[in-house]
Design a protein around this ligand. Structure first.
Ligand code: SF4
Length: 222
């Protein structure tokens, strides 16, 4: 059973407003089609986004950015296209698994009719797709109100003193979703802003002097 965590709704929203004021709208997720967003979500694990862009550019150049082309590709060729994204053999296997499943399910035109819980359950059933990747896909490709939890979310909110950072994925996801209410546009921007803030300001070694959240932050200046 998922443990319960209650986040202070007003503070969660205030953090969002400050981040939005500081960084502006992020317009995530980069990708021309829902399928490209799904591919990006699978390839972005453990690598910088610029590397994902290079791998996706390879797929486009080879006219292979489609589930059928990916499933039909020779494993070695697929690995070569994905090489810039790192761990390319593992990612090639994951992407092929995902595309096989996607075609079996009837693609976007069928999957879009599933309710959010059923869709999440189905995406999570794909070998190699964990909760963060599944929720990136649900939020950014299917526009469903699921809050993505990642290492940046844990770092930022534990430093703010709002979570311990050790909670389970589902505990944190439920807590943010409950505090904010279902809102795809808000979840889209909020996750993007957390990533930007954690990369630019609340880094491993934080720049607290430049941080719009320093007032009220449990770790400011430390
Ligand atoms: S004040 Fe420092 S520790 Fe707190 S959120 Fe900002 S950068 Fe992170």
């Amino acid at each position: 059973m998922t443990e319960m965590l209650k986040l202070p709704a007003a503070r969660v929203r205030r953090v969002y407003e400050r981040l939005h004021e500081a960084h502006g709208p992020q317009h995530w997720w980069p990708g021309e089609t829902p399928f490209e967003i799904m591919v990006g979500a699978i390839l972005t694990q453990n690598t910088a986004w610029t590397n994902v862009e290079r791998a996706i550019a390879n797929l486009k150049r080879a006219r292979a950015l489609s589930p059928r082309a990916i499933v039909a590709a020779e494993p070695e060729r697929l690995g070569e296209w994905l090489r810039p994204s790192g761990y390319f053999n593992i990612k090639a296997r994951r992407l092929r698994n995902f595309c096989t499943w996607y075609l079996e399910q009837g693609g976007l035109s069928r999957l879009k009719w599933l309710d959010t819980q059923a869709l999440r359950h189905a995406v999570l059933s794909v070998n190699g797709v964990g909760p963060e990747t599944a929720d990136d896909i649900l939020l950014y490709a299917f526009e469903r109100p699921v809050f993505v939890i990642d290492a940046y979310t844990r770092r930022l909110f534990s430093r703010l003193g709002m979570i311990s950072g050790e909670e389970g994925y589902e505990t944190l996801r439920h807590a943010f979703e409950h505090a904010l209410g279902p809102d795809v546009a808000l979840f889209n921007e909020y996750h993007a802003l957390i990533v930007v803030h954690a990369k630019d300001i609340c880094r491993k070694k934080p720049s607290c002097g430049d941080c719009v959240l320093k007032r009220g932050c449990a770790s400011a200046g430390s």
